[in-house]
Ligand binder design. Structure first.
Ligand code: SAH
Ligand code: DHB
Ligand code: MG
Length: 219
């Protein structure tokens, strides 16, 4: 099996389980047209986030790393009436495209996009806690800081997901100078010691290659 097969299976999954979704398709087309990198979660991963948020009964969701809002739309659709997604993005162009996409998807009233360095936004969010569900998908070098903030802004029972923690197996390379890999390895060291979390990591293959995510629960 190779990457083309993984993509073909993702297509098969999407055809059977995800259906045609005009708002999400339009968001992806808009993202590509406007030149955003194709690093949105896959459709199958987006639906997984959506289902996990519903399983958690999440009413307040925090996302770190918005891009064009593809994952944001999946998460916003998981909310009950009155729920909110707060999503953090450093790039005002990305945030503007995301705003247009979430509005077009009909979930604009449930999504709050904050432009700035995520760590600065997080530090200012104390009075908005607790969040029930937190998806971390921004600069991987900062993941230790983001998980620490996620614990602070969560509560007992908060779900924390961290995207892209395997990176084609590069996570094993202790001599890597790539700050994404160094950051990911620091994250695993932190999780090993962090007594406030119960965590696992799951490897994935699919249209985005070989990667994986951390799934953690605040004790
Ligand atoms: N969650 C999105 C993909 C996010 S891509 C989806 O699945 O659809 C990562 C995003 O994080 C990019 O838009 C990038 O601009 C943003 N980002 C990178 N560093 C950041 C930082 N320090 N603070 C906030 N956002 C950051
Ligand atoms: C990259 C970032 C992501 O969040 C992702 O899911 C895949 C790739 C990247 O920066 O290369
Ligand atoms: Mg990602």
């Amino acid at each position: 099996m190779n990457a083309a097969d993984w993509t073909a299976v993702d297509d098969y999954i999407a055809q059977h389980l995800l259906g045609d979704d005009d708002a999400l398709s339009a968001a992806l087309i808009n993202n590509r047209t406007r030149g955003l990198p194709s690093i949105d979660v896959s459709a199958a991963q987006g639906k997984m986030l959506h289902l996990l948020a519903r399983m958690a009964g999440a009413r307040r969701i925090l996302e770190i790393g918005t891009l064009g809002g593809f994952s944001t739309i999946w998460l916003a659709r998981a909310l009950p009436a009155g729920g909110k997604v707060v999503t953090l993005e450093i790039d005002p162009t990305h945030a503007g495209i995301a705003r247009a996409n979430v509005e077009a998807a009909g979930v604009g009233n449930r999504v709050d996009i904050r432009v700035g360095l995520a760590i600065d936004s997080l530090i200012d969010m104390t009075d908005e806690a607790p969040f029930d569900f937190i998806f971390i998908d921004a600069d991987k070098a900062s993941n230790v800081d983001y998980v620490r903030e996620a614990i602070r802004l969560g509560r007992s029972g908060t779900t924390i997901i961290v995207d892209n923690v395997v990176r084609e197996g590069q996570v094993l390379d202790g001599s890597s100078k790539d700050e994404m890999i160094v950051g990911t390895r620091r994250l695993f060291e932190m999780l090993r010691q962090e007594e406030r979390l119960d965590a696992t990591a799951i490897q994935t293959v699919g249209s985005k290659g070989w990667d994986g995510f951390v799934l953690a629960l605040v004790r």
